[in-house]
Design a protein around this ligand. Sequence first.
Ligand SMILES: [Zn+2]
Length: 95
Amino acid sequence: MFEIECPYCGLREMTEFTCHGEAHIARPKNSLKLSDEEWGDYVFFRSNPKGLHRERWMHQHGCRKWFNVLRHTVSDEILAVYKITDKLPTAKQKS
Ligand SMILES: [Zn+2]
């Protein structure tokens, strides 16, 4: 269990939020020319790193707004929380 700083509501317990996987997945611009394999890669395959991961979260039981989180998948340490429209924050990984 950990807490997340919602960029709109402030610090709340993680049970108020839902994680919707990897952030920054861009829809292919040349979608009409993609092969089935390329579509499958876009739709189904996501990175699953042991370490820093950028994720989309939603404050399900609060403001219901979307935002991004930079989280370490082993320690659950959250290094950054930022709005969808914000620039990517930089964070140094702790050893
Ligand atoms: Zn919120």
